[in-house]
Design a protein. Structure first.
Length: 424
């Protein structure tokens, strides 16, 4: 007898619940007990085994379609499977034969699941073996990206900054003599995806390096850390003394140590501090990527890919982008001279990005000490008046420099922020 009476459930689309790529088993016991995958529409699916019928050679499973936030909360052990089933509205009971062919799919409510089949409160994602590669995909999500389109200048900025970021991670590893190069790969559909592949050569190859070392795992963990945890660990980066490091930083440190251990290469002295210093150096370059979020797309999803299969790493949205940029400002200002105007002063700027709803954006401004060099500060226009068709949009529409009154924040003579006084 089935634990759930399917005759009382509405039927669901097979296409919606069927995993077509990136299938990954998280726990196995005769059958896949807990697993992940992606359907043909690019939706992430979390599946679990419910019951099997040996007589009819069928199994019942539950498939939940997850939002990006729920997916990353689950794999990072921030949300339990029970919470997922309770909160998500896109749950389905799926009947399959032992060969995996879908025989039936039905809409499901949490209350339809008998209590003895419900996951426990502490049903967090188990540890699982990840697959790493040097092929990266950056999926732009939201706004025009959902129509498989993107602004050419923004894509170019992201490609250049991410290529530099990847190459510098390998260049910064001491005693390996790595010469990396990032190559652009063809774009792929699914919102709008930028694909890059990182390759490297060793200037001096010795026999002990004949084994493939886990550089790809290290870069994967580095990218995950900088896109998920560096904001929370800001204080750790601001201070030189050893602090109690976070679990997320420990994972990155383990991946760093693993390269040297497997390569039989001596670790640099005080390598924990050296890794922190490399993180600080990497922040401004990665900030160039976060500055693009919120313009013509809402978020960037980072992943490794092998063919059609992806190992999802993280997603950076507008909220994290803003927090990340604030973190970069604080880290950069920690050992530099910071000057903030006491009163509003007149400046001439060129606004190249402006969200007229939030009144925030970015501008060019000439540096005070050298007018041949320009800063790219973040800006905020005070007030609540409409700013469409005002002088503040003339740079965007008329290609003009404009005069404004603002309180400026400068770090070592470079403008970082302008608080602009609204003028009619």
């Amino acid at each position: 007898m089935k634990p759930i009476d399917t005759s009382k459930l509405a039927k669901a689309s097979f296409e919606l619940i069927t995993i077509s790529s990136s299938f990954k088993v998280l726990h196995f016991d005769d059958f896949p007990i807990l697993y992940l995958g992606v359907n043909k529409f690019g939706n992430k699916i979390l599946g679990s085994h419910l019951e099997e019928d040996d007589d009819n050679k069928t199994i019942l499973t539950i498939h939940s379609i997850l939002s990006n936030n729920d997916y990353y909360d689950f794999i990072n052990k921030k949300k339990s499977y029970r919470s997922i089933l309770q909160e998500t509205s896109a749950k389905f009971l799926v009947e399959k034969n032992f060969g995996g062919k879908v025989l039936g799919a039905y809409n499901l409510q949490f209350d339809n699941i008998p209590e003895e089949y419900q996951p426990l409160e502490n049903s967090y994602c188990p540890n699982y073996k990840k697959s790493f590669s040097f092929s990266y995909s950056l999926g732009l999500k939201g706004k025009v990206a959902d129509f498989n389109r993107a602004i050419a200048e923004e894509v170019s900025n992201i490609q250049t900054a991410f290529s530099d970021f990847l190459e510098n991670r390998l260049k910064s590893l001491k005693n390996f003599n790595l010469q990396p190069a990032a190559y652009l790969q063809p774009y792929t559909p699914g919102s709008f995806k930028i694909n890059l592949e990182l390759e490297y050569k060793q200037a001096k190859v010795q026999d002990l390096f004949s084994k493939e070392l886990p550089f790809d795992e290290y870069v994967h963990e580095y990218l995950k850390y900088i896109t998920t945890s560096v904001v929370a660990d800001k204080d750790q980066l601001l201070k030189d003394d050893d602090l109690v490091i976070s679990d997320e930083f420990k994972n990155l440190l383990i991946a760093f140590e693993k390269i040297y251990e497997e390569g039989h290469v001596k670790l640099p002295e005080n390598y924990t501090k050296e890794l922190k210093e490399d993180l600080k150096r990497s922040l401004p370059k990665f900030e160039e990527i976060t500055e693009q979020v919120g313009k013509s797309f809402d978020s960037i999803e980072f992943s490794n890919y092998k063919g059609k299969d992806e190992e999802f790493i993280s997603i950076v949205d507008v909220i994290y982008s803003e927090a990340f940029q604030n973190t970069v400002d604080e880290v950069e200002a920690a050992k530099k001279v910071v000057v903030v105007d006491a009163d509003y002063k007149e400046y001439e700027i060129y606004i190249y990005h402006l969200n007229t709803d939030t009144r925030q954006g970015n501008a060019f401004i000439k540096n005070l000490d050298d007018e041949t060099q320009m800063s790219k500060p973040k800006i905020k226009i005070l007030g609540d008046e409409h700013i469409e068709q005002t002088k503040y949009t003339e740079s965007l529409h008329l290609n003009k420099w404009i005069k404004i009154k603002a309180k400026a924040k400068r770090v070592d003579d470079k403008f970082k922020y302008l608080e602009i006084q609204y003028e009619a």
